[in-house]
Design a protein around this ligand. Structure first.
Ligand SMILES: Cc1cc2nc3c(=O)[nH]c(=O)nc-3n(C[C@H](O)[C@H](O)[C@H](O)COP(=O)(O)OP(=O)(O)OC[C@H]3O[C@@H](n4cnc5c(N)ncnc54)[C@H](O)[C@@H]3O)c2cc1C
Ligand code: SF4
Ligand code: SF4
Length: 438
């Protein structure tokens, strides 16, 4: 049972890879941490990815141990399915009001056995994790590797048939739950609220989301993931194995018309990664990447690009002006070929993937009163020398909450933010908070 008043050294907001790593680094130094995540599970975007560039390690295999370590650390209190409502500064740091949203399942008693799922008569499309390609019951554990493994009820869709009540061996269905208010007293706050992808239906030249065989890269991550909906890459309109797949780079970044003038940094690398994985999954398929520039900025990344070329992935320098479809819903890409005297070509593919960019995951300004930069990410005034320090004393930021970056950089800034917050608490005296909640 959660105490409704919690004293910690640091409140971390956001349980993606950056928030988890920052929490672990602080907790391992003896600091008490509360980690607030607004989804029912921690893991962030990373737990949904297939493999990671440039090593091609299985993403689930490297994320789940971090999720478990975070959940089981004696110095970390995990507050999932919670929202921060307000933050007030006081002499000791911050007093934070957190709302625990009702799961309609008693979290402490639920064992994640899923007996309730077996009897619940209604299915809902799994929009949160699988873009509606699979279904879950009205009562469900969010996904197989969710942490915590606790069920949740979509109360708006429930018909209150009571079957889950009869099936639950732990007697934990509770339709009377209401939002609960918790108060967290913290000396420092770390913002790790991450990113969301740019909308794939934003560009009407690319079909505005109406072309069934034009998908975005996150959807492709799920198709490629071992935990994905079909266990293979199938195109949406007819379930066919695609023979020809194209990527359109910068389909959401470096585009003033979308209000995203910046480079999202990860799209070139994830497109190359996905192209390699497709070549493994569908060895006979042709994969083409239409790009304006390929940016492979990290250690080992240029070699990764060269390996992809050697594998036969075709890189075409060109500006994609339009995507339409033929009568069989095959996407046709109209592209100005920059290396071919700007000749315009129309190329038919079975499936097109838009390499969408990164937008801030959450506007931290209203509640935390930290300045945000013009691009909407948390502003870091002195980014060269203090890359995790915000405009508010005692509030720090890490990972993609501060701007587009990959997993390696998110983890590096997580280590940096933990060191920065720890040093701040040391300088502003006082011993770490007492371990027990009161
Ligand atoms: C298609 C695609 C493929 C990618 N492939 C790779 C790859 O192969 N290798 C690589 O290095 N990088 C890859 N990336 C980038 C990688 O996903 C990010 O670098 C990484 O997930 C950033 O982690 P994060 O913790 O900063 O953010 P996130 O993963 O977004 O986590 C933020 C967390 O905060 C939570 N949150 C948000 N707002 C609130 C709030 N107000 N209160 C509480 N919680 C909140 C969210 O629910 C989420 O759990 C890829 C990205 C995309 C889009
Ligand atoms: S009461 Fe609601 S959640 Fe429970 S089994 Fe019936 S429909 Fe499903
Ligand atoms: S709610 Fe009950 S039946 Fe459902 S997963 Fe939890 S313990 Fe099992």
């Amino acid at each position: 049972m959660k105490s409704d008043k919690i004293h910690v050294d640091t409140l971390v907001v956001g349980g993606g890879i950056a928030g988890m790593q920052a929490s672990l680094d602080l907790a391992n130094q003896g600091h008490q941490v509360a980690l607030v995540e607004h989804s029912p599970s921690i893991g962030g975007m990373m737990i949904g990815l297939s493999k990671v560039f440039p090593t091609l390690d299985c993403c689930s295999c490297i994320t789940t141990p971090k999720m478990a370590a975070t959940a089981h650390h004696e110095n970390i209190q995990l507050l999932t399915y919670c929202e921060v409502q307000s933050v007030t500064r006081n002499d000791d740091g911050f007093s934070v009001q957190v709302i625990q949203k009702p799961r309609y399942v008693i979290e402490d008693n639920c064992t994640g056995c899923r007996s309730c799922e077996l009897v619940c008569p209604l299915d809902l499309p799994d929009v949160e994790n699988e873009f509606g390609r699979t279904a879950h019951r009205v009562i469900y554990v969010p996904f197989t590797t969710a942490v915590p493994q606790k069920a949740i009820i979509d109360i708006d869709s429930c018909i209150f048939c009571g079957k889950c009540i009869k099936a639950c061996p732990a007697d934990c269905i509770d339709f009377t739950q209401t939002p609960q208010t918790l108060r967290v007293e913290a000396r420092t706050i770390i913002l790790a609220t991450g990113f969301k992808v740019t909308p794939y239906d934003a560009k009407k030249e690319y079909g505005a989301g109406n072309l069934r065989n034009v998908i975005d890269a996150m959807m492709m991550e799920r198709l490629l993931a071992p935990t994905g909906p079909y266990g293979r890459v199938l195109r949406p309109s007819d379930g066919k194995l695609p023979d020809s797949i194209a990527y359109v780079q910068c389909a959401g970044s470096r585009d003033e018309t979308l209000g995203v003038p910046y480079c999202s940094r990860v799209c070139c690398m994830y497109a190359i990664k996905q192209a390699m994985l497709i070549s493994g999954a569908l060895p006979m398929a042709d994969v083409t990447i239409y790009y304006m520039d390929i940016r492979t900025f990290g250690k080992g990344y240029e070699q990764f690009y060269q390996n992809a070329k050697a594998m036969g992935i075709e890189f075409v320098k060109g500006k994609v002006g339009r995507i339409v479809e033929d009568e069989d819903q095959n996407p046709i890409v109209r592209v100005e070929l920059i290396d071919d005297n700007s000749r315009v070509a129309e190329n038919k593919h079975d499936l097109v993937v838009l390499s969408v960019g990164m937008l801030p995951g959450y506007d931290t300004q209203p509640i935390y009163d930290v300045a945000t930069a013009k691009d909407g990410f948390v502003q870091i005034p002195d980014s060269n020398v203090a890359p995790t320090v915000t405009t508010q004393e005692g509030i720090f930021a890490t990972g993609t909450a501060t701007g587009p970056m990959d997993i390696v950089d998110s983890i590096i800034t997580a280590g940096a933010v933990a060191a920065e917050a720890s040093a701040y608490m040391h300088l502003h005296s006082g011993s770490p908070a007492a371990p027990a909640a009161d």
